[in-house]
Design a protein around this ligand. Sequence first.
Ligand code: SF4
Length: 310
Amino acid sequence: MGFTRPNIIRPPSEWKSYFLPLTSGCSNNTCTFCGYYGSKLQIRPVDDVKREIDALALFTRRGMWLGDVPEVVYAVAQGWNGKRIFLQDGDALVYPFPALKEILQYLSDKLPSIERIGTYATPQDILRRSSHELKELRELKLGIFYTGLETGDDELLDKIGKGVNSDDMIEAGRRVKEAGISSSVTVILGLGGVEGSQRHALETSRVLTGIDPDYAGALTLTLVPGTPLYDEWQRGDFHPLTPFQSLEELKSMIENSSFTDCFFSSMHASNYLSVRGRLPQDRARMLGELDKVLAKRDPALLRPEFLRGL
Ligand code: SF4
């Protein structure tokens, strides 16, 4: 079976990037809340990736199209400024290491204007690489990893099938930093439901502090049909938070995490309220914004449900 090009699901900060698929699906397809649950990992052949890079280089330099390259390549390339690449899909860092280096080198050779390459990376993928190997990737411009922490609560990590514990998460974060790669970590508000909310917030704060990432993003749980967590909710066994309870979790995480210098945001479209700033310096202002909304509890102050996105 040929390689199936994945849909584009990107971190908000990568909206200007060109999306280059190396894989489709996710190697850790067991997370019970995630749309990649049960997905089949496909590794794209190196020659196929190089062909796309050739096409991209030809198009950006001379505006020429190659007949055998899918149109989507040109659609994504139209508005591209030549500076950033995002490697798809769910965990492109799983791509075989020598082949990954070959592709990163090829990207730099063919498109020297590239300044930074980013990818989603599971903690498992990161821990599979030595510090030396991660530094090699850094030298080839792989400058940012996006990792789903989801929660720092070990019991919940186990329950959602994340495949790692909080110590693994912290160790993966440490290795990324040591290699000089920026780290962006996401957490999911509401993942523990009503019963697990307080522990989820406090334990996630503990692990965020341990990772001390450059960027941290809060998403709000969206129940996706076809996932085990969705089924649990349908059976009445999972009790989701109300929008205001999810803001209380967010507040607790901002209050209880301690960072050296982290851009913390809830700008993702899944959230009911967008709060952002640098921590620690903007903590008081961010908490003040949340307090104001929590005091009024007026749904009109929140993003309406129909505008929330994954
Ligand atoms: S949450 Fe991340 S690791 Fe888990 S299935 Fe989804 S993409 Fe894969």
